[in-house]
Design a protein around this ligand. Structure first.
Ligand code: MN
Length: 285
């Protein structure tokens, strides 16, 4: 595993790898992206954005300090299968060291690779505008539009905020009895309770495709979709998920930097800080 010298660390954290509880791993995967390229620059831009944010989380009332170590960016030259194997092995290394991986993407396909490093009883809560339940897409079996279907072959998935899928995907999700919270239902209070009940006591991995958010607050993504969720919606779900379950990993994927407009990477950094703060304040109190 490559360790960096700490000068490019998430949130300017200075803790050693040994003493850190979370390991940020930048995964610049950008191979099967179909619409707008550039997600490979996402991880770096999220780390840069995090360095402009406070480590005191006013949403959660928690000061995040000496918890996160930032690893060097993975080198993912080669085809998709090769890249997937490198990602799987790297996440496995983090888990063997007893750390909670926080993966920065990069295209969402990396979540499937990461899922293979976990036990099959870990459940995946996937925030995404897209159902990503497609079979072959553009002739590739492993691709970003199949991510949730591939993860679900082994680990149970729950989808939040979906609003882009075809009829075949809709049927497939129904047949597999997946809890799929559509965008139009995300603000219903009973939905959060339903999710909370289905995750109670479970080991949970949270995967966030930044396109779940409204393009107004997250325009820098590979495949934007109108009518996304708000930051407040996300926080409400995150509180519910973390309060009742055991967080074993997280990723924030599909950030595509736009240059001067960096609000997407600011939001990406902020939700990582929020999730870690929620998780830590749960164990502290
Ligand atoms: Mn998506």
């Amino acid at each position: 595993m490559l360790l960096n010298e700490g000068k490019d660390s998430f949130l300017e954290e200075e803790v050693s790898f040994e003493n850190a509880k979370y390991a940020v791993i930048p995964v610049p995967l950008d191979v099967t992206t179909s619409y707008l390229k550039g997600t490979k620059f996402g991880p770096r831009s999220i780390i840069e954005a995090s360095r402009s944010l406070e480590n005191y989380d006013s949403e959660v009332d928690y000061e995040l300090k000496n918890k996160i170590f930032t690893l060097n960016e993975l080198n993912l030259n080669g085809d998709i299968r090769n890249a997937m194997e490198i990602i799987r092995l790297s996440i496995s290394d983090i888990l063997s060291a007893g750390k909670i991986p926080i993966m920065l993407g990069g295209e969402h396909t990396a979540t499937y690779a990461a899922s293979l490093s976990f036990d099959d009883n870990v459940e995946f809560v996937i925030f995404d505008a897209h159902a990503d339940f497609k079979h072959d897409f553009l002739g590739l079996e492993i691709n970003h539009a199949s991510n949730s279907r591939l993860v679900n072959l082994r680990n149970k998935v729950h989808l939040i905020g979906i609003r882009s899928f075809n009829l075949e995907e809709k049927e497939d999700i129904k047949k597999k009895s997946i809890l799929a919270i559509r965008r139009e239902d995300t603000e219903k209070p009973e939905i959060g309770e339903k999710l909370l009940n289905s995750l109670k006591g479970k080991k949970v991995y949270i995967s966030v495709d930044m396109d779940v958010f409204d393009p107004g607050i997250a325009p820098g993504v590979g495949t934007p979709q109108p009518n996304g969720i708000s930051y407040r919606d996300f926080l409400n779900f995150a509180r519910k998920i973390i309060s009742g379950s055991d967080l074993v990993g997280m990723d924030v994927m599909e950030t595509r930097p736009l240059g001067d407009n960096n609000i997407t990477e600011i939001l990406a950094s902020k939700i990582i800080i929020d999730v870690i703060s929620l998780n830590e304040s749960k164990t502290d109190r």
